[in-house]
Design a protein around this ligand. Structure first.
Ligand SMILES: Cc1cc2nc3c(=O)[nH]c(=O)nc-3n(C[C@H](O)[C@H](O)[C@H](O)COP(=O)(O)OP(=O)(O)OC[C@H]3O[C@@H](n4cnc5c(N)ncnc54)[C@H](O)[C@@H]3O)c2cc1C
Length: 406
């Protein structure tokens, strides 16, 4: 395997250049090699760390003593010979010259380019990231939060948002001595995705592990002082904490390609079934990519299965592979002893059919009588069955769905 990178004048030339040193980037480098390509691979990363197994940051790492999180790092260079250029974000792409310029002014030339920059966490008014405020996403966020959570005296930590990351991190923080409160807008925790019976079960799991719940109001703004943070909620209440963790989802990290690549309304990069963007020799994968899914239609998925399978498929395609990306990704979450897998759209704005199965529950989410999402709550090895339901005809009566899975 040759991984030489050539320097021509001030341009560092690479056969394969990947922007974003995350999960899709690692998979893409693996895919390039699996396709048999021996050319040079370079990965540009905004952070100081290389690709990391991101789900571990809100789960596994908290049950061990790896405070630096090194066990979650991928050995991308060792496995693929890729060179990692870290701590210098890509600032612009010139698709005519086939170059990428970084914030430090370095210029990288490419044969094939992959954009895999993931998401930028949402923040809140008055809560810019700082010593006491973490919009949780990176390995460095994990290190900082772990140090804060295990300090003496034990701090009070407010987690804002009851999505996947918010509920997981609140549950994991409860393994420390920190006093944890989860601030969320629902009448029940995560009731934007979970029917009442499952939201109740999730609340029980959290409160049994000493997570306080503060529901029913949104944070309208925050106030950071030297000695703490106050969250002001839109029902005129407030929550005081030493540290605030924001888990309010992400927007695609694509501002640097605006006007260069075709973007969807939500900022996702539009790709075809081969993960090709609107510009020649430029591909996209992972959280940033809006692609045509064979079952779900045009979609963008912010989960690991999508990032790794798309990353690998894009790597193969960049190295000459001709197979389209035809996988429908699943996703999963674990909150202490509760866990689930899912496919498609989960939203309680849709009609739901709840089907208790063994020790778990299957929930079907329907829109206009068509199944748009399936949640497998403590129901395992049924994601293929869930995809079959999603791909199948509309049920004549939604109640017929009961018994289809499990
Ligand atoms: C804490 C946490 C837990 C999660 N747990 C789960 C889970 O249990 N199950 C699940 O299915 N999904 C989970 N996810 C989601 C999953 O991790 C993501 O979908 C996945 O990491 C996306 O991969 P990616 O390569 O597209 O982006 P990322 O892995 O986020 O990598 C993108 C990288 O690009 C870098 N970058 C951004 N802009 C630039 C730029 N201009 N130049 C250079 N680099 C740049 C970023 O710093 C980042 O390191 C979790 C996410 C988080 C944050």
């Amino acid at each position: 395997m040759s991984s030489d990178t050539r320097e021509t004048s001030d341009i560092r030339q690479h056969d394969f250049l990947i922007i974003g040193a995350g999960m899709a980037a690692h998979a893409a480098a693996v895919g390039i090699r699996a396709q048999g390509a021996t050319g040079s691979i370079a990965i540009l990363g905004a952070e100081a760390d290389g690709p990391v197994e991101r789900p571990a940051l809100s789960k596994d790492l908290w049950s061990g003593d790896d405070a630096e999180g090194t066990s979650a790092l991928k050995d991308t260079a060792g496995e693929t010979g890729a060179s990692l250029v870290l701590g210098d974000a890509a600032a612009s792409i010139d698709v005519e010259a086939r170059t990428v310029t970084t914030e430090s002014g370095a210029v990288h030339g490419y044969g094939e380019l992959l954009v895999a920059t993931g998401g930028v966490p949402r923040t809140l008014d008055g809560l810019d990231e700082g010593e006491r405020v973490i919009a949780y996403r990176s390995l460095d966020d994990y290190r900082r939060l772990r140090a804060l959570a295990t300090a003496t005296p034990a701090p009070r930590i407010a987690v804002v948002g009851a999505g996947f990351v918010g509920t997981e991190i609140a549950a994991s923080l409860s393994r420390t001595d920190a006093d944890v409160v989860l601030v969320h807008p629902g009448a029940r925790v995560a009731d934007h995705v979970l029917p009442d019976e499952l939201a109740t079960e999730l609340e029980r799991e959290l409160t049994e592990h000493d997570v306080d719940l503060h529901g029913g109001a949104e944070v309208s703004r925050g106030e950071v002082r030297l000695d703490g943070v106050t969250l002001h909620l839109d029902d005129d209440t407030s929550v005081d904490a030493d540290v605030v963790v924001i888990g309010l989802g992400v927007r695609p990290a694509t501002r640097f390609v605006e006007g260069v690549l075709d973007l969807a309304d939500d900022g996702g990069i539009v790709v075809d079934e081969h993960l090709r963007t609107s510009a020649p020799h430029v591909w996209a994968a992972g959280d940033v990519a809006q692609y045509p899914d064979p079952i779900l239609g045009l979609t963008r998925v912010e989960h690991v299965d999508a990032a790794t399978t798309q990353g690998e498929a894009a790597g193969r395609a960049m190295a000459g592979g001709t197979e389209p990306y035809a996988h429908t990704p699943i996703f999963w979450s674990d909150v202490r002893d509760l866990g689930y897998e899912a496919v498609g759209t989960l939203s309680t704005r849709l009609q739901t059919v709840v089907d208790p199965v063994g020790d778990g529950t299957v929930v079907y989410y329907l829109d206009d009588d068509a199944v748009r999402g399936v949640l497998l709550w403590n129901v395992w090895e049924q994601t293929d069955a869930a995809k079959e339901v999603l791909a199948g005809p509309r049920p004549a009566d939604p109640a017929e769905l009961r018994g289809r899975i499990g």
